[in-house]
Design a protein around this ligand. Structure first.
Ligand SMILES: [Zn+2]
Length: 483
């Protein structure tokens, strides 16, 4: 951070995040909600094409998803006074807006004044979350511009934070924590690379109590880019002010090739959108649809920041291990269910297998990793190891099969001869044969060459085709050799 007269320039950052909601149908019509459908203009109707006279009808599922986010953010307000909410027209002219306006929420957002926990010490304050329709998608091909309306009318939530963030790192962490929350709530798939979650940043720097001039950065398509663009912009604005220049209020974009932000345009003010109340959608109270804070709260799963705390404090997991489980909603379901299966025993062992063995398949299998493995099967594998029925090597083999095709771990172990033999009678026969066959090594051992024992253990293991419990073998060998 650069300083002038002992006063450091402090960055102040706010975020605007859009996320496509994963509802069955679009926000105002019955068209399928599948914005990444590869056949253009196949999921469309007069409503989402904005034909004159077509009447929008609000999708309650989209309303509910935004309200769930609100409850998870401990929002002080769901709707305005008494839960009142309305939609507004936001006018602007662009080929991907068929009506010449976007139906959005201006004055009475569904959610206001919340906090996202799990980032920084006390979380980050959220100003509002509202519901709106996504735009169509334009693409440019030489002299031609093409518009695909499959995305037009996809329900979109827009979350706006207070300018409560003061570093590039915290801004990136906010984005990642929100993405995790949306996935945990099953509100959005929130994949940045698919455009299901889009981040815009506003940032200013100042070395006194007045906030500096805000610059917006748009089209940031990964959390790394969010961090890089903010770090660059803090440097740029600070250097500009230090050299006696002024920061211009504008919108900038990120250029990946140069690693710099570039000026795009001077920002529109709110008045230029000519907001007006949407006449085709009656305003409503959230209670009109029987939504209450209490009923919504009952549907909330355990939130990521709560899980993280519980895994570390109650189950004594290392914080990096807890983090890698919490970061994957599927992994954390498997972890929780495995613990339920073992009556909360072996938490650390379950976490070890989950993070080092199970998650190592994620690279090759992606989300299909979670098709077969369940908390119960993982819990069973751990119990079989604990009982000595499976060696750690056998457990890995069983796990590989469970992940590939599912099934009961014990049945799989028995069918594939992975069950570890601890039966004394059976092992003793092998031990005695090895002692008879290796007279020289046995003599060496008896004369004090301790390492000879390992050779004998290895020979018994070989004889049992790897199915013997090595600890048991060692015990029996010692016992026989001391006779
Ligand atoms: Zn439609």
């Amino acid at each position: 951070m650069r300083t002038i007269m002992n006063m450091a320039y402090i960055p102040t950052i706010g975020l605007e995040i859009h996320a496509e909601l994963s509802t069955e149908s679009k926000i105002f019509c019955g068209c399928k909600n599948a914005p990444n459908e590869s056949q253009p203009n196949t999921l469309i109707c007069p409503v989402c094409l904005g034909y004159p006279g077509a009447m929008p009808e609000l999708n309650k599922e989209a309303v509910k998803k935004v309200l769930l986010v609100g409850v998870a953010l401990e929002a002080k307000k769901l709707g305005g006074d008494d839960g009142y909410t309305q939609f507004d027209r936001k006018h602007y002219f662009y080929p991907d807006i068929p009506k010449g306006y976007q139906i959005s929420q201006h004055l009475f957002p569904l959610v206001a004044d919340g906090v996202l926990r799990g980032v920084g010490k006390n979380g980050v304050a959220v100003a509002r979350v509202h519901l709106e329709e996504d735009t169509a998608k334009s693409s440019h091909d030489g002299e031609h511009s093409l518009v695909d309306f499959n995305r037009a009318g996809v329900p979109l939530m827009e979350l706006v934070t207070y300018p409560d963030i003061h570093s590039a790192e915290d801004a990136g962490a906010f984005g990642e924590e929100l993405q995790l929350l949306l996935k945990t709530l099953k509100v959005s798939n929130a994949r940045m690379e698919w455009g299901e979650m889009r981040v815009e940043v506003n940032i200013s720097v100042s070395n006194n109590d007045t906030r500096g001039t805000k610059v917006e950065i748009k089209n940031l398509n990964s959390f790394k880019v969010v961090r890089d663009a903010i770090a660059y912009e803090i440097e740029r604005q600070t250097a500009l002010l230090e050299s006696g220049g002024t920061v211009v209020q504008e919108t900038r974009g990120w250029n990946d090739a140069t690693g710099k932000t570039v000026s795009q345009r001077v920002k529109e003010t709110a008045a230029e959108y000519r907001y007006m109340k949407e006449p085709d959608i009656p305003p409503f109270f959230i209670s009109t649809y029987n939504f209450t804070r209490e009923s919504l709260a009952q549907e909330l799963p355990i939130l990521p920041y709560v899980k993280r705390k519980k895994y570390i404090e109650e189950y004594k997991l290392q914080s990096t291990q807890a983090e890698s489980i919490v970061r994957s909603p599927q992994a954390s379901i498997v972890f929780d269910n495995a613990l339920t299966y073992t009556n909360n025993a072996h938490a650390i062992k379950i976490a070890n297998y989950l993070t080092s063995d199970v998650l190592s398949y994620a690279e090759t299998l992606g989300d299909t990793l979670w098709n077969f493995i369940t908390g119960e099967s993982l819990g069973k594998i751990i119990e079989l190891i604990e009982k000595g029925t499976l060696s750690s090597r056998g457990a890995k083999e069983v796990l590989a099969i469970v992940i590939k095709e599912g099934g009961d771990p014990l049945t799989i172990a028995a069918k594939n001869n992975f069950i570890q033999v601890s039966n004394e009678g059976e092992l003793l026969a092998h031990v005695q044969k090895v002692i008879i066959d290796n007279g020289t090594v046995v003599d060496e051992y008896k004369k004090g060459k301790v390492s000879s024992l390992q050779f004998l253990v290895g020979s018994v293991m070989k004889l049992s085709k790897g199915s013997a419990n090595p600890q048991k073998v060692q015990e029996l060998l010692k016992e026989e050799l001391s006779k």
